[in-house]
Design a protein around this ligand. Structure first.
Ligand SMILES: *[C@@H]1O[C@H](CO)[C@@H](O)[C@H](O)[C@H]1NC(C)=O
Ligand SMILES: *[C@@H]1O[C@H](CO)[C@@H](O)[C@H](O)[C@H]1NC(C)=O
Ligand SMILES: *[C@@H]1O[C@H](CO)[C@@H](O)[C@H](O)[C@H]1NC(C)=O
Ligand SMILES: [Zn+2]
Length: 306
């Protein structure tokens, strides 16, 4: 009886694992769950040609004048949001009153949720890298294009999903607004657990909008299976400062569906496959260009005066 019970538990764990994808960090399921290199076997899109995240090579980025500053809606609204442990990460729900448009996006997009990607012990944890460098954490705010009512509908449109991404940087001081989010993660330790974060404002956890004029833009995918290639990515230059204590703590709160600590929740970077990464043209002009313009101005003025 006891043996049969154990056997059935073991079998259910095994089938559960083999049917599931996982991050590299989930070692005890190593032989049965699918780590990122084996996602394409279960989810063909994960092996596609427009996958995310990517490494951004700043020398190869193209300035683009259609990438004006984005317009944000509902970022100052005070909200009661729900956090849920999804088994592989934790999602914080957002209401459709939170929106974004402009910035070369194909219309208005409504928020559905945000989540974080982190490592362990304040080590590398971002999904995107810049010139090969990992950051300790990355925030993703997921939006779907206005006519759609669900992620599933938006996934069939090449630009159906707009993801806003922010990289974190370690700072000396706590970012106080992140403490309530980290505490909320501690209330959803197990897969499926939910909790409420009252009095939340999106503008409290991201830099002010006047600091968000500079960003990278490329087309890619969701970074978790099914890796749907329906995402317009916006990665802001401006980082979010959080303390070492917060970075260590965030990875100690929740557990994967397997019961292991939820750490190392990021997908490795994917090949660019010929895609262009653009940069908003309002980014600071390179000093070299200013020198050229001064030279042109000088020679034109010089000729006019001669
Ligand atoms: C948030 O929840 C509190 C009770 O916890 C309630 O008084 C308040 O009206 C709610 N706010 C919103 C915007 O729903
Ligand atoms: C600028 O970016 C848009 C995408 O937002 C793209 O369609 C367009 O071709 C780019 N323009 C140039 C000159 O690269
Ligand atoms: C969290 O999930 C576990 C496992 O399903 C369950 O036993 C527990 O009651 C849940 N806790 C809360 C606070 O919902
Ligand atoms: Zn993400």
């Amino acid at each position: 009886m006891d043996f049969a019970l154990h056997l059935s538990t073991l079998l259910s764990v095994l089938t559960h694992c083999s049917a599931q994808w996982c991050y590299k960090s989930q070692y005890s399921c190593d032989n049965t769950c699918r780590d990122p290199s084996r996602w394409p076997g279960l989810f063909p899109d994960c092996g596609g040609l427009r996958q995310s995240p990517i490494n951004i090579v700043t020398n190869h980025v193209q300035a683009n004048h259609s990438l004006s500053p984005l317009t944000f809606y509902g970022h100052h609204n005070i909200l009661n949001i729900t956090v849920e442990n999804m088994g592989h990460s934790a999602h914080f729900s957002l209401p459709s009153s939170v929106q974004v448009s402009g910035g070369g996006l194909a219309g208005r997009y409504r928020a559905i949720q945000f989540h974080l990607h982190w490592g362990v012990d304040a080590g590398p944890g971002s999904e995107h890298t810049v010139d090969g460098e990992h950051y300790p954490m990355e925030l993703h705010i997921v939006h779907i294009k206005e006519p759609y009512n669900s992620l599933e509908e938006a996934e069939h449109d090449k630009s159906g999903i707009a993801l806003l991404a922010f990289l974190f940087e370690e700072s000396n001081d706590d970012h106080h607004h992140y403490n309530s989010l980290i505490e909320a993660l501690g209330r959803v330790q197990n897969n499926g657990n939910q909790s409420t974060v009252p009095g939340f404002r999106l503008c409290d956890i991201i830099p002010p909008s006047h600091d968000l004029h500079d960003y990278y833009r490329y087309v890619g995918s969701m970074t978790t299976p099914g890796c749907e290639q329906a995402v317009v990515w916006t990665l802001f230059h401006r980082t979010i400062p959080v303390s070492n204590r917060q970075l260590v703590s965030v990875a100690q709160q929740a557990q994967f569906w397997t019961g292991q600590p939820m750490t190392g929740i990021f997908r490795p970077v994917q090949p660019l496959n010929g895609r262009t990464v653009y940069r908003s043209a309002t980014s600071p002009v390179q000093p070299g260009l200013i020198t050229v313009w001064l030279y042109v101005l000088q020679s034109v003025l010089g000729r006019a005066l001669a």
